[in-house]
Design a protein around this ligand. Structure first.
Ligand code: ZN
Length: 292
């Protein structure tokens, strides 16, 4: 039986004995990988050490409804939104808050999340429903029954009764599921600041963080640690990330030209076999592990 050795390597992280062989493979893989580039933003550092200790938020734990790769969303027809929400003003409010939440994730985390071109269907359909299951959950992300590679994001028709914080926070939360972050229970991991915390009652969405009780025990927008987690989830679902050239400027959140370009580092599983008890090793396989 040959001995087998599996290593997780990246450029620059390779022992001298293996470097020539591995670099040759890396260069081959880089040359053959499809190029995909975009401007990217570095999220602020996750400064909560308890966040990564919360089981649902740890590396390697994703939401079951995660979508890999670029995410685009589109809305159900205006007629159906109007029927559920009751007025054009409510429909406009609904759409603008959904768009703001998507843009918040995209600009702060670097996740590719944007609205589909007008008249085109995204891989996420956003709609409103009055069915008891949706009302009980307030918002639900699910597999599209017609196509497993698509998702539905359904919001309860109680929407008009919620506070601004409740509405914004719910959209932010549901997009978090599509990006790949799971729910954290209302009383789970106390003290951890995450938009992925489930609301404990419908009244929390009504009151938001207005000061009225019960208050909504989650931020309106993704926390820095949520952004960091979302970025990791997204980077694990795409094949190649290479930086755009140029860029520069501070990532200070001032908007408009405040971005800079930040590549992730591609890692590869490298498999060596030895037929002489470990004296010499032969590279047998290289496979892409992820980019972070
Ligand atoms: Zn949830």
């Amino acid at each position: 039986m040959p001995r087998r050795l599996d290593l997780l390597l990246r450029f620059g992280g390779i022992s001298p004995v293996q470097i020539l062989l591995v670099v040759a493979f890396m260069l081959f893989l880089s040359a053959s990988a499809p190029a995909q580039t975009w401007g990217d933003t570095l999220p602020p550092p996750c400064d909560d050490s308890n966040y990564g200790n919360c089981p649902k938020l740890q590396d390697g734990h994703s939401s079951p409804t995660k979508l890999d790769g670029a995410i685009s969303y589109s809305f159900a027809s205006d007629a159906s939104l109007l029927a559920s929400l009751g007025s054009q003003q409510a429909v406009d409010d609904f759409k603008s808050r959904a768009r703001a939440a998507a843009q918040d994730w995209a600009t702060k985390s670097g996740v590719r999340l944007s609205e589909a071109a007008s008249g085109q269907a995204g891989n996420v359909t956003i709609s409103v429903s009055g069915d008891p299951n949706t009302r009980a959950s307030d918002g639900i992300v699910d597999f599209d029954p017609a196509n497993n590679s698509r998702r539905t994001l359904t919001i309860s028709d109680e929407y008009n009764g919620w506070s601004a914080e409740g509405k914004d926070s719910l959209f932010e939360h549901e997009f978090g599921h599509i990006i790949g972050i799971d729910d954290v229970g209302a009383d789970e991991c106390p003290g951890v600041n995450t938009v992925m915390r489930q609301s404990g009652s419908d009244a929390e969405l009504v009151n938001g963080n207005s000061g009225a009780q019960p208050a909504l025990n989650r931020p309106t927008r993704a926390s820095n640690c949520d952004l960091d987690k979302g970025r990791k989830e997204y980077n694990q679902g795409v094949n190649t990330i290479t930086p755009l050239s140029g860029g520069g400027g501070p990532n200070d959140g001032t908007g408009g030209g405040g971005y800079y370009y930040y590549p992730c580092t591609p890692y590869y599983w490298v498999e060596y076999w030895s037929w002489d008890g470990g004296e010499t090793w032969e590279l047998m396989d290289v496979s892409y592990a992820g980019c972070w």
